[in-house]
Design a protein around this ligand. Structure first.
Ligand SMILES: Cc1cc2nc3c(=O)[nH]c(=O)nc-3n(C[C@H](O)[C@H](O)[C@H](O)COP(=O)(O)OP(=O)(O)OC[C@H]3O[C@@H](n4cnc5c(N)ncnc54)[C@H](O)[C@@H]3O)c2cc1C
Length: 412
């Protein structure tokens, strides 16, 4: 077991992935979470093979197989239902990248990561995950042993402090990263629709006949729909132009009627779907940052949305956070205490280019998905129809992920 210890600010998917990866490397981690209870939003999550490969190698294969659906393909349609393109996933992706493309409920993944981090029976030193522990400052009086200080005044000294504290990261600010957060101009409705109601309706049953991620593209808006939890629920992400109120408040409750109205004019199967019983839709302002290079300073580094917040149009923010957790743990495990600053720089060097590529790919999709009818849209559609490879070059690069330092990752 390593003598190093790490403090992580934030127990989201990024922070917990880092805690599990550190544990597998024999490193003790303490995770400080500001919320009174652990949890994730009650919606779905798509995980690319780049993330599932890491999760399997961290010992989560069995849990992932139980909680997930393997996505067979991603189907892109115009707003009127015309199919434009299909990305082949399923066995093809599993063979090409080593692990499959999955759809999960966020809470299930979050709870599996939490369990893997703290389970006393697991391999390596169990992590401590503390709630109601908001990190309010970092004391660097001893730069080799900085301390995260919580609102309650507790000091948590460590060899490394990791900021996995999301887009509004205080740790990023502390190390001199950029403060500017960009309003993407979009917001997303998020809800889960009752799977049985979708199955009982001949108009919508197709969503459960085949495990696919379904996209409908329209002017200034698009819709993403996919089943989770053994097809008992259908996850919906509906992207539309942001209102001033939601841009200001970041999150806001919405209504089923607003969601249905937002997709007026889309093919009738969309209205049939969106009218069904569902959890109360919530609206999320979609914010992002431009890529930047300051991911670490001394013994402190950032990961996940704190380091590369992006619009969710290639469904990769959490997958990138999972990759960060693995790579930073790998780098720390090879370092002696005085090599930590160099190890954190090496982590950033291994992750930054790909994370920046994903941020840019997601922005490009925002433009392409939302084109008005006209020559640009016709050109986009022709390009999508002409795509010959099962997975386009950009996604292929993303799904291949960051190469591990120590040879191929093995699922256990
Ligand atoms: C509509 C939508 C759909 C998406 N779909 C996908 C998808 O299909 N696939 C995908 O991979 N990604 C997707 N994403 C992106 C993904 O949700 C995020 O990138 C990911 O959850 C970021 O994880 P994180 O752990 O870095 O940050 P967060 O989830 O923001 O977690 C940060 C944690 O830190 C805590 N915290 C903050 N400040 C402090 C502090 N000072 N002290 C202690 N704790 C603190 C917070 O309470 C929180 O628990 C989507 C995003 C949206 C908005």
């Amino acid at each position: 077991m390593s003598e190093l210890n790490v403090v992580i600010s934030g127990a989201g998917i990024g922070g917990l992935s880092a805690a599990v990866a550190l544990r597998r490397q024999g490193i003790r981690a303490t995770v400080l979470e500001q919320a009174p209870q652990l949890g994730e939003v009650g919606t779905g999550l798509q995980l690319g093979p780049n993330a599932t490969r890491v999760l399997y190698s961290l010992g989560l294969r069995e849990q992932m197989e139980q909680m997930s659906l393997v996505v067979q393909e991603s189907v892109q349609r115009r707003w009127d239902g015309t199919v434009l393109a299909k990305t082949t996933l399923g066995a093809y992706a599993a063979e090409r990248y080593g692990t499959p493309y999955l759809q999960v409920h966020r809470a299930d993944l979050h709870s599996a990561l939490h369990q893997a981090a703290v389970d006393p029976a697991g391999e390596g030193p169990a992590a401590d995950v503390l709630t109601e522990a908001q990190v309010t400052s970092i004391d660097e009086a001893d730069p080799v042993r900085p301390a995260a200080v919580t609102a309650a005044g507790e000091r948590h000294e460590a060899d490394v402090i990791l900021g996995a504290d999301g887009i509004r990261s205080a740790v990023r600010e502390h190390i001199g990263g950029p403060a500017e957060i960009v309003d993407s101009g979009d917001m997303a409705f998020r809800t889960l629709i009752d799977g049985q109601a979708v199955k009982d309706d001949p108009a919508t049953r197709f969503l459960l006949d085949w495990q696919a991620a379904n996209f409908w593209l329209g002017h200034n808006r698009h819709l993403v729909v996919y089943p989770i939890r053994g097809m008992s629920a259908i996850n919906v992400v509906g992207v539309v132009p942001v209102s001033e109120q939601v841009a200001r408040e970041w999150r806001s409750p919405s209504t089923s009627e607003d969601l249905v109205t937002a997709y007026d004019g889309f093919e009738s199967r969309v209205r049939s779907l969106l009218s069904k019983p569902k959890t109360d839709p919530m609206l999320w302002a979609l914010k992002r940052q431009d890529p930047f290079s300051r991911w670490s300073r001394g013994s402190i580094a950032i990961l996940g949305d704190a380091a590369h917040a992006m619009v969710p149009y290639v469904s990769q923010g959490a997958s990138q956070a999972i990759e960060d957790g693995f790579v930073v743990a790998e780098e720390i495990s090879e370092a002696s205490p005085d090599e930590i600053p160099a190890a954190l720089k090496s982590y950033a060097a291994r992750r930054q280019e790909l994370a920046g590529f994903v941020q840019a790919a997601a922005l490009k999709k925002q433009h392409e998905f939302h084109l008005p009818e006209g020559p640009d849209q016709e050109q986009r559609d022709a390009g999508m129809r002409a795509e010959a490879s099962p997975i386009g070059a950009g996604l292929d690069r993303i799904y291949a992920g960051t190469p591990p330092r120590k040879g191929a990752l093995t699922a256990s």
